[in-house]
Design a protein around this ligand. Sequence first.
Ligand code: BES
Ligand code: MN
Ligand code: ZN
Length: 504
Amino acid sequence: MSKSLTIAFSAAKLPTSGTLFVLAAEDLACASAAEDLMNDAQVQRAVEAMDFSGKTGSSLDIIAPSASGVDRLVILGIGDVSAMTTQSWIKLGGTIASKLGGTKAATVLAEVDADAADATGDNNTANIAANIAYGAKLRTYSFDKYKTKKKDNGKTPKAENTRLTLATSENTAAKKAWNSLSGIADGVHLARDLVNEPANVLGPVEFAAAAKELEQLGCKVSILGDKELSKIGMGSLLSVSQGSTKPARVAIIEWKGGKAKDKPVAFVGKGVVFDTGGISIKPGAGMGDMKGDMGGAATVTGLLHALAARKAKVNAVGVIGCVENMPDGDATRPGDIVKSLSGQTIEILNTDAEGRLVLADLLWYVEDKFKPQFMVDLATLTGAILVALGSEHAGLFSNNDELSEQLSAAGQATGELVWRMPLSKAYDKLIDTPNADMKNIGGRMAGSITAAQFLQRFVRDTPWAHLDVAGTAMNAPKSEISQSWASGYGVRLLDRLVADNYEG
Ligand code: BES
Ligand code: MN
Ligand code: ZN
């Protein structure tokens, strides 16, 4: 996994060297430990010269302030403290990380004015410190392992050389909260790594091997190969990989942190390591992005990492279908009819609508084998979801209002947003065909919905939600906490879904 910065916690004291970050509210109110420094004549002069008033998003950078031994003082405006939320502390942590440069040692005095702190809510001292650290870790991700020239020229600061200390009076509680958050951030970084990795390096076999690594965290991981998949009857999934020289793999990752008798929660991911479109081949422009067509499976893997790392009190299972979609003499042709694990037959009229063929067999398998409390699948399923929602929300489709509401709430809490779209009999009809039980494409319209209707034909009674993450998993806008092409979208969302509703 890519390296990140080192995080430490200490008492709420000012450091004597390195870089110091201090938080200042609107009236420049700050933690008591920083008051003397803030009142220093040189600092006051800088504040006046720059007309700095502590507005949210503003900052003041002072080199070698004479009142302190530190090399650099950065005062960060946080505006009205009562308007800050856990999300804003995370973003602030990201902003801090963006200002580290190549510094070896930095300290954040992670405290606010005592009158503004609150004992239990988002602005309690431990929560502030832990979430600033979390944001900083999420931000300091980069995928640069293939940059051979950058390694030694010293020009690009490396986060892994930086030690960021959170100075807080609640450092024991902060450290405890951090241990969980750090595990979630590792899950996000893992998901980003998997999506960024090109398909010549990360094929289905290698992806399954990456999932297997989760055994180190106490997960049980089983891997099914081509022969087993065909014996089980996953004719739909296998029709996607049959044109590739790379065999298919399905990985089943189980985390048992709950009571033995508790039914698991289940996550299913589309893991198309590369999507050429198959015989219905895609146009060349932008096709390289299709190395990220395993974003759903990457998120499921990152999520299971997060749950295991923070020892979540839940039984969870993640199932990923890893295949490559290639044109070839052995590839599926448009018009071919295949038999899915469910027994239902599918007329494949477009080999580029392959993700649903993978998920169809996985959803049927998971419901049969695990009888889960719910199933959430994630897939970079349709270009149409980008047309509808852009990169701000994932499309949410579900047969269950309660699960949908839990997902929406988790989206609001984490900033990984979802937007519910409709399912209905009228849309379902659009995938009927005279030649088989269904076809794998609808018409020109409502492409994301007909894809979801297809999936629903492979779900029986279990509460189920489908997240179309084609717009959010990759190529997503840069933010305070992600500068990466691969966002890791969904790890924090689903970790939160579990933490708020299914643990205990
Ligand atoms: N992997 C693509 C969807 C996609 C598009 C993901 C853009 C990320 C960015 C999927 O397999 C696909 O090709 N879908 C087709 C479906 C169509 C043939 C019905 C699409 O969206 O065009
Ligand atoms: Mn496709
Ligand atoms: Zn695809």
